[in-house]
Design a protein around this ligand. Structure first.
Ligand SMILES: Cc1cc2nc3c(=O)[nH]c(=O)nc-3n(C[C@H](O)[C@H](O)[C@H](O)COP(=O)(O)OP(=O)(O)OC[C@H]3O[C@@H](n4cnc5c(N)ncnc54)[C@H](O)[C@@H]3O)c2cc1C
Length: 455
Protein backbone atom coordinates (compact mmCIF):
# COMPACT_ATOMS: atom_id res chain seq x y z
CA UNK A 1 0.00 0.00 0.00
CA UNK A 2 1.34 3.42 -0.92
CA UNK A 3 0.71 6.86 0.53
CA UNK A 4 -1.25 9.22 -1.69
CA UNK A 5 -2.32 12.82 -1.26
CA UNK A 6 -6.06 13.42 -1.11
CA UNK A 7 -6.14 15.55 -4.25
CA UNK A 8 -4.62 12.68 -6.28
CA UNK A 9 -7.21 10.09 -5.20
CA UNK A 10 -9.20 8.68 -8.14
CA UNK A 11 -12.30 7.04 -6.62
CA UNK A 12 -12.78 4.71 -9.61
CA UNK A 13 -9.60 2.75 -8.74
CA UNK A 14 -10.89 1.11 -5.53
CA UNK A 15 -13.17 -1.83 -4.79
CA UNK A 16 -13.56 -0.92 -1.12
CA UNK A 17 -12.88 2.22 0.94
CA UNK A 18 -11.80 1.77 4.56
CA UNK A 19 -12.30 4.64 7.00
CA UNK A 20 -9.70 4.38 9.79
CA UNK A 21 -6.46 2.38 9.83
CA UNK A 22 -6.52 0.74 13.27
CA UNK A 23 -5.81 -2.98 13.58
CA UNK A 24 -9.39 -3.77 12.48
CA UNK A 25 -9.13 -1.57 9.37
CA UNK A 26 -5.66 -2.75 8.33
CA UNK A 27 -6.42 -6.45 8.84
CA UNK A 28 -9.60 -6.10 6.77
CA UNK A 29 -7.56 -4.39 4.03
CA UNK A 30 -5.03 -7.24 4.19
CA UNK A 31 -7.74 -9.91 3.78
CA UNK A 32 -9.35 -8.01 0.89
CA UNK A 33 -5.97 -7.76 -0.86
CA UNK A 34 -5.71 -11.55 -0.73
CA UNK A 35 -9.11 -11.64 -2.48
CA UNK A 36 -7.62 -9.54 -5.28
CA UNK A 37 -9.41 -6.32 -4.23
CA UNK A 38 -7.87 -2.86 -4.27
CA UNK A 39 -8.52 -0.67 -1.24
CA UNK A 40 -8.28 2.96 -0.22
CA UNK A 41 -7.56 3.57 3.48
CA UNK A 42 -8.36 6.99 4.93
CA UNK A 43 -6.74 7.79 8.28
CA UNK A 44 -7.44 10.85 10.44
CA UNK A 45 -4.03 10.84 12.19
CA UNK A 46 -0.55 11.21 10.70
CA UNK A 47 0.33 7.52 11.20
CA UNK A 48 -1.27 4.19 10.37
CA UNK A 49 -2.31 1.57 12.94
CA UNK A 50 -4.50 3.51 15.41
CA UNK A 51 -3.33 2.48 18.89
CA UNK A 52 -1.36 -0.38 17.28
CA UNK A 53 2.00 1.16 16.41
CA UNK A 54 5.46 2.02 17.74
CA UNK A 55 8.14 4.66 17.44
CA UNK A 56 11.67 5.59 18.57
CA UNK A 57 12.64 7.56 21.65
CA UNK A 58 16.31 8.42 22.29
CA UNK A 59 17.62 5.30 20.57
CA UNK A 60 14.99 2.91 22.04
CA UNK A 61 12.08 1.49 20.03
CA UNK A 62 8.88 1.59 22.08
CA UNK A 63 5.39 0.33 21.25
CA UNK A 64 2.21 2.24 21.98
CA UNK A 65 1.57 0.43 25.25
CA UNK A 66 2.91 -2.76 26.71
CA UNK A 67 1.81 -4.86 23.79
CA UNK A 68 2.11 -8.62 23.71
CA UNK A 69 0.57 -11.15 21.37
CA UNK A 70 -1.72 -13.28 23.48
CA UNK A 71 -2.41 -16.84 22.27
CA UNK A 72 0.60 -16.52 20.02
CA UNK A 73 0.34 -20.00 18.54
CA UNK A 74 -3.36 -20.60 18.23
CA UNK A 75 -5.19 -17.27 18.62
CA UNK A 76 -7.11 -15.46 15.89
CA UNK A 77 -4.56 -12.65 15.47
CA UNK A 78 -1.57 -14.91 14.80
CA UNK A 79 -3.81 -17.20 12.73
CA UNK A 80 -4.77 -14.18 10.62
CA UNK A 81 -1.14 -13.13 10.13
CA UNK A 82 -0.05 -16.69 9.34
CA UNK A 83 -2.79 -16.87 6.71
CA UNK A 84 -1.98 -13.59 4.99
CA UNK A 85 1.72 -12.79 5.66
CA UNK A 86 4.51 -14.84 4.15
CA UNK A 87 6.73 -15.57 5.98
CA UNK A 88 4.67 -15.12 9.14
CA UNK A 89 6.04 -12.78 11.81
CA UNK A 90 8.45 -14.11 14.40
CA UNK A 91 7.11 -14.13 17.96
CA UNK A 92 9.32 -14.89 20.98
CA UNK A 93 7.33 -16.54 23.77
CA UNK A 94 7.46 -15.36 27.35
CA UNK A 95 8.29 -17.62 30.28
CA UNK A 96 4.97 -17.27 32.11
CA UNK A 97 3.20 -14.98 34.54
CA UNK A 98 4.72 -14.32 37.96
CA UNK A 99 2.55 -12.58 40.53
CA UNK A 100 4.19 -10.87 43.47
CA UNK A 101 2.22 -10.35 46.69
CA UNK A 102 4.65 -8.53 48.97
CA UNK A 103 7.53 -10.97 49.56
CA UNK A 104 5.99 -13.98 47.83
CA UNK A 105 5.90 -14.84 44.17
CA UNK A 106 3.59 -17.38 42.51
CA UNK A 107 2.48 -18.33 39.02
CA UNK A 108 -1.11 -19.06 38.03
CA UNK A 109 -1.65 -22.68 39.11
CA UNK A 110 -2.42 -24.80 36.08
CA UNK A 111 -3.36 -28.00 37.92
CA UNK A 112 -4.72 -29.23 41.25
CA UNK A 113 -1.19 -30.18 42.34
CA UNK A 114 0.05 -26.64 41.55
CA UNK A 115 -2.87 -25.22 43.52
CA UNK A 116 -1.99 -27.27 46.60
CA UNK A 117 1.51 -25.76 46.56
CA UNK A 118 0.44 -22.19 45.71
CA UNK A 119 2.80 -19.99 47.74
CA UNK A 120 0.62 -16.88 47.87
CA UNK A 121 -1.89 -18.08 50.49
CA UNK A 122 -2.20 -20.57 53.32
CA UNK A 123 -3.97 -23.95 52.97
CA UNK A 124 -7.51 -22.53 53.42
CA UNK A 125 -6.89 -20.08 50.58
CA UNK A 126 -5.36 -22.83 48.40
CA UNK A 127 -8.41 -25.06 48.84
CA UNK A 128 -10.69 -22.16 47.96
CA UNK A 129 -8.56 -21.45 44.86
CA UNK A 130 -8.71 -25.10 43.78
CA UNK A 131 -12.49 -25.15 44.24
CA UNK A 132 -13.09 -22.03 42.14
CA UNK A 133 -10.36 -23.00 39.63
CA UNK A 134 -11.97 -26.43 39.11
CA UNK A 135 -15.39 -24.85 38.65
CA UNK A 136 -14.06 -22.50 35.99
CA UNK A 137 -11.97 -25.12 34.16
CA UNK A 138 -14.94 -27.51 33.94
CA UNK A 139 -17.49 -24.83 33.04
CA UNK A 140 -19.17 -24.91 29.64
CA UNK A 141 -19.36 -21.73 27.55
CA UNK A 142 -23.14 -22.14 27.73
CA UNK A 143 -23.04 -21.71 31.47
CA UNK A 144 -20.59 -18.77 31.24
CA UNK A 145 -23.09 -16.97 29.02
CA UNK A 146 -25.69 -17.12 31.79
CA UNK A 147 -23.41 -14.85 33.87
CA UNK A 148 -23.22 -12.14 31.21
CA UNK A 149 -25.11 -9.60 33.32
CA UNK A 150 -22.91 -10.07 36.40
CA UNK A 151 -19.60 -8.49 37.26
CA UNK A 152 -16.79 -10.87 38.20
CA UNK A 153 -16.81 -9.77 41.83
CA UNK A 154 -20.55 -10.55 42.02
CA UNK A 155 -19.85 -13.99 40.58
CA UNK A 156 -17.01 -14.67 43.06
CA UNK A 157 -19.13 -13.57 46.02
CA UNK A 158 -21.99 -15.74 44.77
CA UNK A 159 -19.57 -18.69 44.80
CA UNK A 160 -18.36 -17.85 48.31
CA UNK A 161 -14.82 -16.70 47.39
CA UNK A 162 -13.72 -14.16 49.99
CA UNK A 163 -9.94 -14.61 50.15
CA UNK A 164 -8.46 -11.17 49.40
CA UNK A 165 -5.20 -12.48 47.91
CA UNK A 166 -7.10 -14.65 45.43
CA UNK A 167 -9.28 -11.69 44.45
CA UNK A 168 -6.27 -9.38 44.10
CA UNK A 169 -4.35 -11.85 41.93
CA UNK A 170 -7.40 -12.49 39.76
CA UNK A 171 -7.90 -8.76 39.38
CA UNK A 172 -4.29 -8.32 38.28
CA UNK A 173 -4.60 -11.23 35.83
CA UNK A 174 -7.75 -9.75 34.37
CA UNK A 175 -6.16 -6.37 33.83
CA UNK A 176 -5.06 -7.37 30.35
CA UNK A 177 -8.43 -8.71 29.36
CA UNK A 178 -10.90 -6.32 30.81
CA UNK A 179 -8.86 -3.17 31.41
CA UNK A 180 -11.22 -2.34 34.28
CA UNK A 181 -11.28 -3.24 37.97
CA UNK A 182 -12.72 -6.56 39.09
CA UNK A 183 -15.84 -4.77 40.40
CA UNK A 184 -16.64 -3.74 36.82
CA UNK A 185 -15.25 -6.62 34.71
CA UNK A 186 -17.80 -8.89 33.07
CA UNK A 187 -18.08 -12.30 34.77
CA UNK A 188 -18.64 -13.94 31.37
CA UNK A 189 -15.43 -12.50 29.88
CA UNK A 190 -13.44 -13.12 33.07
CA UNK A 191 -14.49 -16.77 33.13
CA UNK A 192 -13.60 -17.23 29.47
CA UNK A 193 -10.22 -15.58 30.03
CA UNK A 194 -9.44 -17.70 33.08
CA UNK A 195 -10.49 -20.88 31.33
CA UNK A 196 -8.47 -19.53 28.37
CA UNK A 197 -10.85 -20.71 25.72
CA UNK A 198 -13.30 -19.38 23.22
CA UNK A 199 -14.41 -22.86 22.19
CA UNK A 200 -16.34 -25.54 24.01
CA UNK A 201 -13.79 -28.00 25.47
CA UNK A 202 -14.76 -31.68 25.83
CA UNK A 203 -15.30 -32.56 29.48
CA UNK A 204 -12.58 -35.18 29.48
CA UNK A 205 -10.01 -32.67 28.20
CA UNK A 206 -11.07 -30.11 30.81
CA UNK A 207 -10.66 -32.75 33.50
CA UNK A 208 -7.24 -33.74 32.19
CA UNK A 209 -6.16 -30.07 32.12
CA UNK A 210 -7.42 -29.63 35.64
CA UNK A 211 -5.60 -32.63 37.05
CA UNK A 212 -2.36 -32.44 35.12
CA UNK A 213 -2.20 -28.84 33.94
CA UNK A 214 -2.47 -27.40 30.46
CA UNK A 215 0.42 -26.26 28.31
CA UNK A 216 -1.96 -24.41 25.98
CA UNK A 217 -1.32 -20.88 27.15
CA UNK A 218 1.24 -19.02 25.10
CA UNK A 219 2.03 -15.40 24.75
CA UNK A 220 4.91 -13.45 23.28
CA UNK A 221 6.51 -10.40 21.81
CA UNK A 222 6.89 -9.79 18.08
CA UNK A 223 10.39 -9.29 16.74
CA UNK A 224 10.44 -5.81 15.26
CA UNK A 225 7.80 -4.60 17.71
CA UNK A 226 4.29 -3.43 16.85
CA UNK A 227 5.54 -1.01 14.19
CA UNK A 228 7.37 -3.90 12.53
CA UNK A 229 4.08 -5.84 12.34
CA UNK A 230 2.18 -2.81 11.04
CA UNK A 231 4.84 -2.25 8.35
CA UNK A 232 4.59 -5.88 7.23
CA UNK A 233 0.79 -5.69 7.02
CA UNK A 234 0.86 -2.34 5.19
CA UNK A 235 3.35 -3.56 2.60
CA UNK A 236 1.15 -6.61 1.82
CA UNK A 237 -1.99 -4.52 1.20
CA UNK A 238 -3.01 -3.78 -2.38
CA UNK A 239 -4.05 -0.13 -2.54
CA UNK A 240 -3.36 3.38 -1.28
CA UNK A 241 -3.69 5.31 1.96
CA UNK A 242 -4.16 8.93 2.83
CA UNK A 243 -3.02 10.32 6.20
CA UNK A 244 -4.48 13.35 7.97
CA UNK A 245 -7.74 12.43 6.27
CA UNK A 246 -10.60 12.63 8.82
CA UNK A 247 -13.80 11.18 7.39
CA UNK A 248 -16.43 13.83 8.06
CA UNK A 249 -19.48 12.15 6.58
CA UNK A 250 -20.57 8.71 5.40
CA UNK A 251 -23.61 9.08 3.17
CA UNK A 252 -26.59 6.76 2.71
CA UNK A 253 -29.20 7.16 -0.01
CA UNK A 254 -32.11 4.76 -0.55
CA UNK A 255 -30.80 2.37 2.10
CA UNK A 256 -27.37 1.97 0.45
CA UNK A 257 -24.06 3.59 1.25
CA UNK A 258 -23.03 5.95 -1.55
CA UNK A 259 -19.70 7.38 -0.38
CA UNK A 260 -17.91 9.51 2.15
CA UNK A 261 -16.50 12.98 2.55
CA UNK A 262 -12.97 13.84 3.66
CA UNK A 263 -11.80 17.42 4.06
CA UNK A 264 -14.71 18.51 1.86
CA UNK A 265 -13.84 16.03 -0.92
CA UNK A 266 -16.49 13.45 -1.79
CA UNK A 267 -15.29 9.93 -2.56
CA UNK A 268 -18.00 7.65 -3.97
CA UNK A 269 -18.02 3.90 -3.40
CA UNK A 270 -20.74 1.31 -2.77
CA UNK A 271 -18.60 -0.63 -0.26
CA UNK A 272 -17.31 1.12 2.82
CA UNK A 273 -15.79 -0.42 5.93
CA UNK A 274 -15.72 1.90 8.92
CA UNK A 275 -13.02 1.36 11.56
CA UNK A 276 -14.04 4.63 13.23
CA UNK A 277 -14.92 4.15 16.93
CA UNK A 278 -18.67 3.67 17.38
CA UNK A 279 -18.83 6.67 19.73
CA UNK A 280 -18.00 9.02 16.79
CA UNK A 281 -20.36 7.56 14.21
CA UNK A 282 -23.63 9.36 15.12
CA UNK A 283 -21.96 12.61 14.02
CA UNK A 284 -20.64 11.09 10.81
CA UNK A 285 -23.46 8.96 9.40
CA UNK A 286 -25.64 11.02 7.09
CA UNK A 287 -28.99 9.25 6.82
CA UNK A 288 -32.62 10.30 6.89
CA UNK A 289 -33.85 6.97 8.30
CA UNK A 290 -34.57 6.68 12.02
CA UNK A 291 -33.63 2.99 11.92
CA UNK A 292 -30.10 4.02 10.89
CA UNK A 293 -29.64 6.99 13.21
CA UNK A 294 -30.96 5.08 16.22
CA UNK A 295 -28.71 2.07 15.44
CA UNK A 296 -25.58 4.25 15.57
CA UNK A 297 -26.88 6.22 18.56
CA UNK A 298 -27.56 2.99 20.49
CA UNK A 299 -24.06 1.68 19.99
CA UNK A 300 -22.22 4.94 20.62
CA UNK A 301 -22.02 4.57 24.40
CA UNK A 302 -19.21 2.01 24.54
CA UNK A 303 -16.81 2.82 27.37
CA UNK A 304 -13.13 2.37 26.47
CA UNK A 305 -10.37 0.96 28.65
CA UNK A 306 -7.56 3.34 29.50
CA UNK A 307 -3.99 2.41 30.32
CA UNK A 308 -0.76 4.13 31.23
CA UNK A 309 2.60 2.75 30.14
CA UNK A 310 5.96 3.86 31.47
CA UNK A 311 8.94 3.01 29.29
CA UNK A 312 12.31 2.96 30.99
CA UNK A 313 15.55 2.66 29.02
CA UNK A 314 18.23 1.43 31.45
CA UNK A 315 21.95 2.05 30.98
CA UNK A 316 22.63 -1.61 31.83
CA UNK A 317 20.68 -4.87 31.91
CA UNK A 318 18.89 -5.19 35.26
CA UNK A 319 16.00 -7.66 34.71
CA UNK A 320 17.27 -9.59 31.69
CA UNK A 321 14.63 -12.35 31.45
CA UNK A 322 11.40 -13.03 29.62
CA UNK A 323 9.02 -13.30 32.56
CA UNK A 324 5.75 -11.36 32.67
CA UNK A 325 5.78 -9.95 36.18
CA UNK A 326 2.89 -8.42 38.02
CA UNK A 327 3.39 -6.61 41.30
CA UNK A 328 0.04 -7.18 42.97
CA UNK A 329 1.05 -5.78 46.38
CA UNK A 330 2.19 -3.17 47.22
CA UNK A 331 -0.56 -1.57 45.10
CA UNK A 332 -1.41 -0.37 42.51
CA UNK A 333 -0.91 -3.55 40.54
CA UNK A 334 1.60 -3.13 37.73
CA UNK A 335 2.83 -5.33 34.93
CA UNK A 336 6.58 -5.27 34.28
CA UNK A 337 8.29 -6.71 31.18
CA UNK A 338 11.83 -6.49 29.85
CA UNK A 339 11.20 -6.00 26.12
CA UNK A 340 14.84 -6.04 25.08
CA UNK A 341 15.16 -9.55 26.53
CA UNK A 342 12.79 -10.69 23.77
CA UNK A 343 14.03 -8.41 21.01
CA UNK A 344 17.46 -6.88 21.69
CA UNK A 345 17.06 -4.59 18.67
CA UNK A 346 14.68 -2.35 20.65
CA UNK A 347 17.50 -1.06 22.91
CA UNK A 348 21.05 0.09 22.22
CA UNK A 349 23.79 -2.52 22.83
CA UNK A 350 24.32 -3.37 26.51
CA UNK A 351 21.17 -1.45 27.56
CA UNK A 352 17.73 -2.68 28.56
CA UNK A 353 14.21 -1.54 27.67
CA UNK A 354 11.64 -2.19 30.40
CA UNK A 355 7.92 -1.39 30.22
CA UNK A 356 5.62 -0.94 33.20
CA UNK A 357 1.87 -0.77 32.64
CA UNK A 358 -1.15 -0.16 34.82
CA UNK A 359 -4.78 0.89 34.57
CA UNK A 360 -5.02 4.68 34.29
CA UNK A 361 -6.44 6.17 37.50
CA UNK A 362 -9.01 8.80 36.50
CA UNK A 363 -8.59 12.15 38.22
CA UNK A 364 -5.02 11.54 39.42
CA UNK A 365 -2.29 13.69 37.79
CA UNK A 366 -0.10 11.63 35.48
CA UNK A 367 3.17 12.53 37.25
CA UNK A 368 1.71 11.10 40.49
CA UNK A 369 0.76 7.91 38.63
CA UNK A 370 4.31 7.65 37.28
CA UNK A 371 5.69 8.02 40.81
CA UNK A 372 3.34 5.21 41.94
CA UNK A 373 4.65 2.98 39.15
CA UNK A 374 8.27 3.69 40.00
CA UNK A 375 7.75 3.46 43.75
CA UNK A 376 5.65 1.02 45.78
CA UNK A 377 8.03 -1.89 45.77
CA UNK A 378 9.70 -1.53 42.38
CA UNK A 379 13.11 -0.69 43.83
CA UNK A 380 12.72 -3.32 46.56
CA UNK A 381 11.82 -6.14 44.20
CA UNK A 382 13.81 -5.04 41.15
CA UNK A 383 16.71 -3.23 42.74
CA UNK A 384 18.65 -0.98 40.44
CA UNK A 385 15.94 -0.10 37.92
CA UNK A 386 15.30 3.39 39.18
CA UNK A 387 19.02 4.10 39.62
CA UNK A 388 19.87 3.26 36.01
CA UNK A 389 17.33 5.24 34.02
CA UNK A 390 18.74 6.44 30.73
CA UNK A 391 15.41 7.19 29.00
CA UNK A 392 11.96 7.72 30.44
CA UNK A 393 8.80 7.97 28.36
CA UNK A 394 5.13 7.90 29.41
CA UNK A 395 2.06 7.09 27.32
CA UNK A 396 -1.63 7.30 28.16
CA UNK A 397 -4.26 6.05 25.75
CA UNK A 398 -7.34 3.94 25.36
CA UNK A 399 -6.23 0.36 24.94
CA UNK A 400 -9.43 -1.08 23.52
CA UNK A 401 -12.56 0.72 22.49
CA UNK A 402 -14.91 -1.23 24.73
CA UNK A 403 -14.04 -2.41 28.23
CA UNK A 404 -15.15 -5.99 28.85
CA UNK A 405 -17.88 -5.23 31.33
CA UNK A 406 -21.53 -6.29 31.39
CA UNK A 407 -23.28 -4.72 28.41
CA UNK A 408 -20.04 -4.53 26.39
CA UNK A 409 -19.02 -8.16 26.11
CA UNK A 410 -18.54 -10.18 22.94
CA UNK A 411 -22.23 -11.04 23.24
CA UNK A 412 -23.30 -7.39 23.02
CA UNK A 413 -21.61 -6.17 19.82
CA UNK A 414 -23.37 -4.84 16.73
CA UNK A 415 -21.06 -5.74 13.79
CA UNK A 416 -20.13 -6.52 11.15
CA UNK A 417 -23.24 -5.34 9.25
CA UNK A 418 -25.20 -2.11 9.74
CA UNK A 419 -28.72 -1.17 8.61
CA UNK A 420 -27.07 0.57 5.62
CA UNK A 421 -26.38 -1.87 2.77
CA UNK A 422 -22.71 -1.80 1.75
CA UNK A 423 -21.57 -0.19 5.04
CA UNK A 424 -19.71 -2.52 7.45
CA UNK A 425 -18.13 -1.81 10.84
CA UNK A 426 -14.88 -3.23 12.14
CA UNK A 427 -12.84 -2.69 15.32
CA UNK A 428 -12.65 -3.87 18.89
CA UNK A 429 -15.99 -2.29 19.87
CA UNK A 430 -17.94 -3.74 16.96
CA UNK A 431 -17.49 -7.49 17.22
CA UNK A 432 -15.16 -10.24 18.20
CA UNK A 433 -14.28 -12.42 21.11
CA UNK A 434 -11.02 -12.10 23.03
CA UNK A 435 -9.25 -8.83 23.70
CA UNK A 436 -7.11 -6.31 21.83
CA UNK A 437 -5.52 -7.65 18.69
CA UNK A 438 -7.40 -10.98 18.98
CA UNK A 439 -10.64 -9.06 18.97
CA UNK A 440 -9.53 -6.84 16.08
CA UNK A 441 -8.64 -9.97 14.06
CA UNK A 442 -11.97 -11.62 14.91
CA UNK A 443 -13.85 -8.50 13.87
CA UNK A 444 -11.89 -8.28 10.59
CA UNK A 445 -12.71 -11.95 9.88
CA UNK A 446 -16.38 -11.11 10.46
CA UNK A 447 -16.33 -8.21 8.00
CA UNK A 448 -14.43 -10.23 5.40
CA UNK A 449 -16.98 -13.06 5.66
CA UNK A 450 -19.86 -10.57 5.31
CA UNK A 451 -18.27 -8.83 2.29
CA UNK A 452 -17.57 -12.16 0.60
CA UNK A 453 -21.08 -13.47 1.12
CA UNK A 454 -22.70 -10.17 0.05
CA UNK A 455 -20.74 -10.24 -3.20
C1 LIG B 1 -1.61 0.76 25.97
C2 LIG B 1 -2.03 -0.37 25.07
C3 LIG B 1 -1.68 -1.68 25.36
C4 LIG B 1 -2.17 -2.72 24.58
N1 LIG B 1 -1.76 -3.99 24.82
C5 LIG B 1 -2.21 -5.00 24.05
C6 LIG B 1 -1.71 -6.30 24.20
O1 LIG B 1 -0.84 -6.54 25.01
N2 LIG B 1 -2.20 -7.29 23.42
C7 LIG B 1 -3.19 -7.05 22.50
O2 LIG B 1 -3.62 -7.98 21.81
N3 LIG B 1 -3.69 -5.80 22.34
C8 LIG B 1 -3.21 -4.79 23.08
N4 LIG B 1 -3.68 -3.52 22.90
C9 LIG B 1 -4.93 -3.36 22.18
C10 LIG B 1 -4.90 -3.29 20.69
O3 LIG B 1 -3.78 -2.60 20.24
C11 LIG B 1 -6.14 -2.53 20.27
O4 LIG B 1 -7.26 -3.10 20.88
C12 LIG B 1 -6.38 -2.57 18.78
O5 LIG B 1 -5.21 -2.18 18.11
C13 LIG B 1 -7.51 -1.59 18.44
O6 LIG B 1 -7.88 -1.78 17.12
P1 LIG B 1 -9.18 -1.09 16.52
O7 LIG B 1 -9.40 -1.65 15.16
O8 LIG B 1 -10.30 -1.17 17.48
O9 LIG B 1 -8.74 0.34 16.16
P2 LIG B 1 -8.21 1.73 16.75
O10 LIG B 1 -6.81 1.57 17.14
O11 LIG B 1 -9.18 2.38 17.66
O12 LIG B 1 -8.21 2.49 15.36
C14 LIG B 1 -9.23 3.31 14.84
C15 LIG B 1 -8.59 4.14 13.74
O13 LIG B 1 -9.58 4.99 13.16
C16 LIG B 1 -9.03 6.28 13.04
N5 LIG B 1 -10.15 7.23 12.98
C17 LIG B 1 -10.98 7.61 13.98
N6 LIG B 1 -11.89 8.48 13.52
C18 LIG B 1 -11.63 8.64 12.20
C19 LIG B 1 -12.23 9.41 11.18
N7 LIG B 1 -13.28 10.22 11.39
N8 LIG B 1 -11.71 9.34 9.92
C20 LIG B 1 -10.63 8.54 9.65
N9 LIG B 1 -10.03 7.81 10.60
C21 LIG B 1 -10.53 7.85 11.85
C22 LIG B 1 -8.16 6.44 14.27
O14 LIG B 1 -7.25 7.49 14.15
C23 LIG B 1 -7.50 5.06 14.29
O15 LIG B 1 -6.38 5.00 13.47
C24 LIG B 1 -3.10 -2.45 23.57
C25 LIG B 1 -3.40 -1.13 23.22
C26 LIG B 1 -2.83 -0.09 23.94
C27 LIG B 1 -3.07 1.31 23.50
Amino acid sequence: MKEKSLDRVDESEYDVVIAGSGAGGLLTALGLSEDGKRVLVLEKENHLGGVWYGYNVDGYRVDQGLHVITRAKRGPFSRFLRKYLRPPPEIVLHEGWYFRVNDRVGTIPSSVADGLRWPLTGMVGRLSLIRIGARIKMMKLREMRTYQHLTFIEYLRMKGVTNQTIMDVMESALYLAAGVPIEQASAYEALRTLKDTDKETPKIRSLKNLLFGSQDYDEGVAIGGMQGLVNRVVSAINGDYVLNAPVERITERESRVTGLTVRGKEIRNSKIVSNIPLWSLPNIIDSKRTEVTSFFQNWSHMRPTKGVTLWLGLDKVIIGDRKSRVIVHPTPSRWVLSLSSFDPSCAPDGKELVAIAMIFIEGKPIDEQVQMMKGNGLSTYHPGIVDHIDMEHVQVSYATRAALMPGQTALDRPGPRTPVAGLYIVGTDTAGEGVGLQQAANSAEGVLAALRSDN
